[in-house]
Ligand binder design. Sequence first.
Ligand code: AMP
Ligand code: MG
Length: 476
Amino acid sequence: MFYSRYKKLGEEFAVPTDPNIFKQSELLLLNEQLNEGTGLKWQTAEILEYLSGQASLPDSESVSLAYSGHQFGHFNPLLGDGRAHLIGAFTGKDGVAYDIQLKGSGATSFSRGGDGLCVLGPAVREFIMSQAMHSLGVPTTHCLAVLSTGQTVYRQGHVPGAVVARIARSHVRVGSFQLLALRQDSEGMSELLELCINDSFEDITEQGEERVFAFLNRVCQAQCALMLKWLQVGFIHGVMNTDNTLVNGETIDYGPCAMMEGFSFARVFSSIDSQGRYAFGQQPNIASWNCARLAESLLLLCENEEDAIDRFSKSLADFSEAFNQGYRQLWQNKLGLLDWHDEDQSLINELLELMTKHQLDYTNTFAGLTAHTMNTLQEQYPLADELDAWLSKWSARTEQYSTDTMINIMKTVNPALIPRNELVEEIIGDYYRDGKSEQLEDWLIALKSPYEYRSFPHKWLTPQSSTTQYQTFCGT
Ligand code: AMP
Ligand code: MG
């Protein structure tokens, strides 16, 4: 039932490495829906054995993948899984091939002096965030489970260690291609390209070099779609390095991520992003920049460089065009504008300026406009007084529309509930203190239908007070 997916790329790409064995592991969190839905259907005993390194998956060999990466714009020739083990792949009930990866499972040949371990808090964050993002309709890798290791990890002090078990359609990053380009390994790159097409872009039928062009084009489309989804829900990834960018367009690496509350395109949460390279509004540019790094790598597979650069540039230009179109459509949908008038751009700009100036909560403002249109739950999502004049303009602009049609559109893009940063931190605090959290279950159930407008506990809707700036950290 299990197999090794990256083995054919050779041992320099997929390095055989066994995870640590954590004998005192306990299962802290399990995504039962994923366990059932993928057809894994593991019992607790199996989960504990396989994910704590006590047993290896039948018919598969554990590996760590090598990759390069541009980190904050600087090229690092060899990164690789420094604290992760791909223990195997399987074909799910839906016919899709999935990788199972452990993170925090011990040092590998890519650890570069790091301990290869993961701390409990970020593991809990990845579990909550990936589930919430999936329900928000954002393409994402999944978290099957979080296990305690029974050991402590040294960071600023001793903290409990954990293993995250990730399930993803692929772990091929832009950085994976960068590494093969660096090694001038065209055979390996062709192999990797076929693997990606087979796993994520099956409908690519072109052959020869056209296949390479089609691939880049599809990666650009997938990244563009992902950026629009991040913008829609206010997600800030925080560390969009090329090694954290999957070519299939799914979100990976929930390290220093956060949800935007007080609106600003310049919003940054990561402690190390002092230049704002990965700020909320910069993300689409960076995704496009990352696609350009992929294009450069793919040149290895092209005979005529000049011609290939032309073709790749065309895909990158298409990315921008598709993004601009999708971007306009996004705001149009968020405001329930059923058709586009030239003056709508200033209506949108004016709203975003007011939101920035008064630091209005991104989710609650758009949920407020939706609730206002629905004529319900207005007390739950009160609209700021500063918006009064703008609201009159918007009401006049939308007067002609059927409210039902507006509501149907607005409800698909304006979530009523998001995984708020402070609540994630509070739950992490519960886990540190008690090894569990009483408040997580109800919240996770509600987060499964984030576009459902109903009455929620006040706490779930309250942004963090503006006096304390939320900060997140890498490599924790
Ligand atoms: P990230 O910021 O999580 O994407 O990690 C960037 C790189 O650092 C990857 O190669 C990771 O495998 C590696 N890394 C992060 N934390 C650790 C750690 N505790 N031990 C070893 N390698 C790590
Ligand atoms: Mg990473």
